[in-house]
Design a binder for this molecule. Structure first.
Ligand code: HEC
Length: 250
């Protein structure tokens, strides 16, 4: 394939009369998957505001799909129950959103869609991994997670018996308090090594450093970066960093 005639992107050609190798789109047509209408399904916005409804009905299949995607893409940071204490966060990543705060419990559905589609502060977006339909399925599943932690008697169909966690723990022969927060053993690694403030690492190829990671070709600078969320400004790695040392060897 390397040694065969082909067009390089944006290069000229004498094959077509207009001298361009790239062909213009046939007028008045739209390729499959290119119709990104400004629809609620695609944006999560209604009249310029985050909407509070699903663009399609939720059934068990949708919830199962949402659960699957959530468990794959979101649990590393947000945890299986959505409290924001996922494994990566426990190991030092910026604290992820807790879906059980009063603000997020009442946030419109479109807000969750928007966060998945566009990212939020230290959180990268998941637009490439999740189609609009899958994003909405995750949104529906987050609502289920919220309900799972805050269900009231009125949320349960009458006549259905709900067993308290304590009696499940007892029945399963687990230690008392098993279903509640665990205290990590003193040997567990938590937070930053010496309790320093957590700073998002900024360097080459760091997707979180979109607001100005240094250019590997020009070497590091000491610019102060301000992340999109407007958090504390970050100081970029100085020349003593590994990336800096590597650049200087060039
Ligand atoms: C790499 C870790 C990471 C992953 C994976 C991740 N998030 Fe986040 N998320 C964060 C962090 C960190 C924040 C807090 C960002 C901030 O406040 O700057 C956050 C915040 C949020 C918020 C709260 C926004 C608000 O209004 O406060 C929502 C909702 C959210 N994430 C949803 C998701 C969903 C859904 C997924 C999976 C598709 C996901 N996140 C995957 C790290 C992550």
């Amino acid at each position: 394939m390397h040694n065969q005639p082909k067009f390089y992107p944006q290069r000229g050609s004498d094959f077509y009369a207009d001298g361009r190798s790239v062909r213009p789109q046939v007028s008045a047509t739209i390729a499959r998957s290119q119709l990104h209408q400004d629809s609620y399904l695609n944006t999560g916005f209604l009249n310029g505001k985050e909407g509070d409804s699903m663009p399609f009905p939720v059934n068990e299949t949708v919830l199962a799909r949402g659960q699957q995607s959530y468990n794959v893409y979101c649990t590393p940071c947000h945890s299986r129950v959505g409290n924001g204490a996922g494994m990566i966060v426990q190991r030092g990543y910026a604290a992820a959103g807790n879906f059980h705060t009063a603000r997020l419990m009442t946030a419109p559905l479109g807000h969750f869609y928007n966060v998945i589609a566009n990212g939020y502060g230290a959180m990268p977006d998941y637009a490439a991994q999740l189609s609009p339909e899958d994003r909405w399925a995750v949104v529906a599943y987050i609502k289920a997670l919220q309900l799972s932690q805050h269900a009231a008697q009125a949320d349960i169909a009458s006549g259905v018996h709900v067993e308290p966690l304590d009696s499940i723990t007892e029945r399963e022969g687990l230690p008392a308090g098993f279903a509640y927060d665990w205290n990590l053993p003193p040997t567990a690694v938590k937070g930053t090594p010496n309790g320093e403030d957590y700073v998002i690492p900024v360097g080459t190829n760091n997707p979180l450093a979109t607001s100005g990671g240094h250019n590997p070709d020009t070497g590091p600078s000491n610019r102060v970066l301000t992340p999109a969320s407007g958090n504390t400004p970050l100081l970029e790695n100085n020349a003593s960093s590994t990336a800096g040392a590597m650049n200087q060897q060039k």
